[in-house]
Ligand binder design. Structure first.
Ligand code: SAM
Length: 253
């Protein structure tokens, strides 16, 4: 079970909200997903953003794709959905929801996005990806972490300066306070998508958009920096890639 610590939630929520209102800079990944969305978007398409945070991608989509885009956003964290509603009071299509159990009928949206959420889910990601594909009639775009091998990574969460107490002498982990930051191999992701729907075409491409940033001042230890085009969190090099899925077979594999 994953639970975000209250202080991390409010600090991260502020960052998401500032991005949504334009008080903070647009994320590079928002620009990258706009480039991908721009390749397939047609006016009138219904777009769902799963794990939308405070809805900051909507700001980018309105500026870069279509000011009248038909956008819905869902997130498991009620606080982030409150912030999304505050940032975009005119949007009635924000809701609390779980990517593993989406409350939409099959094919409800033309494009379903899930940006930077899969690494944080308890493995395996099969159920989440199946749900994203189920509610989409045409495309799914996912941004996730990859590695040459699959690594399941749990960050133990602690408010204390000293977190050695989180692991007991017998190796057990105290409580349920951890956050996954899993990295999957491309073979693994391709095989589970094949299992879900063998007719879906799959394109996987690196997101090389990392520009020099360092938000460790803002976000503390959970902040990141980038060097040589790669995002780095603590000691982890984050190999972000886009997975573009098409149910119509018009995406090159
Ligand atoms: C790293 S943030 C990414 C936010 C935004 N998509 C972005 O790229 O900036 C991960 C988001 O996923 C949400 N989330 C985590 N588990 C989820 C789940 N099971 N269903 C829906 N959203 C979830 C979190 O609340 C958080 O807003």
């Amino acid at each position: 079970m994953t639970s975000i610590l209250p202080n991390r939630m409010s600090r991260f929520g502020k960052v998401l909200f500032d991005r949504a209102t334009g008080a903070a800079a647009e994320m590079e990944s928002a620009k990258s997903v706009c480039a991908l969305l721009g390749e397939i978007y047609e006016p009138g398409m219904r777009v769902l953003d799963v794990g939308c945070g405070a809805g900051h991608y909507l700001r980018s989509f309105r500026q870069r794709i279509d000011p009248g885009i038909d956008y819905s956003g869902i997130d498991l964290t009620a606080h982030f959905i409150d912030l999304a509603r505050k940032a975009f009071p005119e949007v009635e299509t924000f809701a609390v929801g779980d990517v593993c159990d989406l409350e939409f009928t099959n094919n409800s949206f033309d494009v379903v996005l899930c940006m930077n959420v899969i690494p944080n889910l308890a493995p395996p990601p099969t159920r989440a990806i199946a749900e994203l594909l189920r509610v989409s009639s045409k495309y799914v775009i996912i941004r996730s972490l990859f590695a040459d091998m699959t690594y399941l990574i749990r960050e133990l969460l602690s408010d204390a300066e000293e977190d050695s107490a989180l692991i007991a002498a017998d190796g057990s982990v105290a409580g349920d306070r951890y956050l996954y930051n899993n990295m999957y191999s491309e073979n693994y992701i391709r095989s589970i998508i094949r299992e879900i729907d063998s007719t879906t075409t799959i394109r996987i491409e690196s997101d090389t958009s990392a520009v020099p940033i360092d938000n460790r001042g803002e976000l503390g230890a959970c902040g990141t920096r980038s060097e040589a085009g790669l995002q780095i969190a603590g000691q982890l090099v984050l190999d972000w890639r886009f997975i573009v899925l098409s149910k119509n077979g018009d995406v090159t594999t």
